[in-house]
Design a protein around this ligand. Structure first.
Ligand SMILES: [Zn+2]
Length: 194
């Protein structure tokens, strides 16, 4: 279960490998930030950046996922003795297959093309899901929303996916925080530990 203190923190997603030519890092970063924004600030940092403060998660682009990854998995977060590692792996070639509805073929290199837009959005959503595993410290999946197992083509591509909500644990924390803030506002003092 995430802690209340985990909300509002700065999370740095540090790109640890070369970025595929058909993934637009700016678009990907914007989508990742949008998904997690209700709960925290997620920044995507280019290779070589040293983040100052906050929590760092590393992202690798690699076509081969970990040995225990599901056969149709699009991304992978390793768990050791129930605890998540800080390195997530995203498979661009597997995501291309879902996005293209067919054999994997890289998009042309034209930034701003529909193919690049779709792929960047889908990659961001898979990354957002894996970030969820790390932040929640849980390998399990929800029945719906961002942490559902196997996001489908619509969830990866729809510009406004209604169902891609943050996990219930995080939403509950956000609700509790709002309630605390409202109470603090009424009494004119911060939350106490009574
Ligand atoms: Zn998962």
């Amino acid at each position: 279960m995430p802690e209340l203190s985990a909300l509002g923190v700065a999370v740095h997603l540090l790109i640890a490998t070369p970025v595929p030519a058909d993934v637009d890092l700016v678009m990907m970063a914007a989508e990742l930030r949008r998904i997690w924004q209700p709960a925290l600030t997620l920044t995507v940092d280019a290779p070589g950046t040293v983040p100052d403060g906050g929590r760092t998660i590393w992202l690798r682009f690699a076509d081969t996922l970990g040995p225990d990854a599901h056969a149709r998995a699009l991304g992978w977060t390793p768990f050791t003795e129930g605890r998540p590692g800080a390195v997530i792996t995203i498979s661009p070639s597997r995501i291309r297959v879902v996005v293209a509805h067919g054999p994997s073929r890289p998009c042309g290199r034209r930034t701003g093309s529909g193919c690049v837009t779709r792929l960047s959005r889908a990659v961001a959503r898979v990354a957002a899901h894996e970030v969820g595993h790390v932040l929640l410290g849980a390998a399990g999946h929800d029945r719906s929303g961002l942490m559902r197992a196997g996001l489908d083509r619509n969830e990866l591509l729809d510009p406004e996916p209604a169902g891609l909500t943050l996990p219930a644990g995080i939403r509950n924390l956000l609700r509790d925080r709002k309630a605390l803030e409202a109470r603090a506002g009424r009494t004119g003092q911060g939350p106490s530990s009574q």
